[in-house]
Design a protein around this ligand. Structure first.
Ligand code: NAD
Length: 269
C-alpha cells in the first residue's frame, strides 16, 4: 500500500515554519505539487528554504505570499495558483497564531487578530478552495474525491485553555466549520476533516519546550512521554489527503500522544 498524491496540487497555509513546513514536505514526498504559503515579506526567506528542501528531495512546488486573514489576498492567491498550476486538489488550512492574555485584560485587537487568522483565514481559504473543486469537478486520474480540505485545529477545540480564550474559541469554532462543510459538500465528494495536534515542537510554543523544566512539565500532560514533531502531523495529513482515507469526512482526528486521555486522571480523579 502506498500513499500517492501524484499530479495533485496542495496549498498549505503558513508553511514557512513548524507544522505547515512539515506537512508541505510530507505531501511533496507523496508526489503533490505544493504551494508553500507565507504571510509577510519577512518570512519569504524561510519559505524559500522549505521549498529548497522539497526540491532537493525531488519534490515540486512554489512559494506564495498571502495574509490569509485578508479576503482580497486569498481570492487572488487561489486565482493565481489556478492559472499557474491548473487547479487545487488539497487545502491544508494551517496558518494560526496566539495572542495570549488573561481574559479580563484581553484587548479587542488580541481577540480580532487571533480570530482573523485562525478562523476567518480558514473560512476564506476553504471557500475559495471549494469553489475551485466544484468548477473542476472530479478527475479520477487524480483522486476519487473532488477535493480535500484539512483544517489544522488543536486539542483545544475540546480542551478549555485558561489565558487563551481567543485561541481556544477559534479552534472550537473550526470544529463546527469543518463538520458543516463536510455535511454541506459531502454529496459533491468533497472531504473535509480536522487534524487536532497536541504539543508539537514548533516556534508557536517555544516556551513550552525550550528549557528542561518546561519540557518536563509539558510531558506530565502526555502519556506517550514525548513531544510531537511536525513530521508526525505531515504523515497523518498525507494519509488524510489521499484516497486511502476516502471514507473519512467530518472527523476531528486527535494526534497528541494521548493528551486527550487526560493524564492527570491516571493517579486518581
Ligand atoms: P508556527 O508559528 O511555526 O506556524 C504558524 C504559521 O502561520 C507560521 O508559518 C506563520 O508565518 C503563519 N501565519 C501567521 N499569520 C499568518 C497569516 N495571516 N497568513 C498566512 N500565514 C500566517 O506554529 P505551528 O505550531 O506550526 O502552528 C501551525 C498550526 O498548528 C496553527 O494553526 C496552530 O494553532 C496549530 N497547532 C499547533 C500546535 C503545537 O503544539 N505547535 C498544537 C495544536 C495546534
Amino acid at each position: 500500500m502506498e500513499i500517492s498524491l501524484k499530479d495533485q496540487v496542495a496549498v498549505i497555509t503558513g508553511a514557512s515554519s513548524g507544522i505547515g513546513a512539515g506537512v508541505a514536505k510530507s505531501l511533496a514526498s507523496a508526489g503533490a505539487t505544493v504551494v508553500v504559503n507565507y504571510p509577510f515579506e519577512g518570512s519569504m526567506e524561510q519559505a524559500n528554504s522549505v521549498l529548497k528542501e522539497i526540491i532537493d528531495a525531488g519534490g515540486k512546488g512554489i512559494i506564495y505570499q498571502c495574509d490569509v486573514s485578508k479576503e482580497d489576498q486569498v481570492v487572488k492567491m487561489f486565482q493565481d495558483i489556478v492559472s499557474e498550476l491548473g487547479t487545487v486538489d488539497i487545502l491544508i488550512n494551517n496558518a494560526g497564531i496566539q495572542k495570549d492574555a488573561k481574559f479580563t485584560e484581553m484587548t479587542i485587537d488580541q481577540w480580532n487578530a487571533v480570530m482573523g487568522v485562525n478562523l476567518t483565514g480558514q473560512f476564506l481559504c476553504a471557500r475559495e478552495a471549494i469553489k475551485e473543486f466544484l468548477r473542476r469537478g472530479i478527475d479520477p486520474s487524480r483522486s476519487v474525491a473532488c477535493g480535500k480540505i484539512i483544517h489544522i485545529s488543536s486539542v483545544h477545540e475540546i480542551i478549555p485553555w485558561a489565558g487563551h480564550a481567543n485561541y481556544a474559541s477559534s479552534k472550537g469554532a473550526i470544529r463546527m466549520l469543518m463538520q458543516t462543510l463536510a455535511q454541506e459538500y459531502g454529496a459533491d465528494k468533497i472531504r473535509v476533516n480536522s487534524i487536532c495536534p497536541g504539543a508539537i515542537q514548533t516556534p508557536i510554543n517555544t516556551n513550552a519546550w525550550n528549557t528542561d523544566n518546561a519540557l518536563n512539565s509539558l510531558l506530565t500532560l502526555i502519556p506517550y512521554n514525548r513531544i510531537g514533531q511536525p513530521e508526525d502531523i505531515g504523515n497523518l495529513a498525507a494519509f488524510l489527503a489521499s484516497d486511502l482515507s476516502d471514507y473519512i469526512t467530518g472527523s476531528s482526528i486527535f494526534i497528541d500522544g494521548g493528551m486527550t486521555t487526560f493524564e492527570s486522571f491516571s493517579t486518581g480523579g
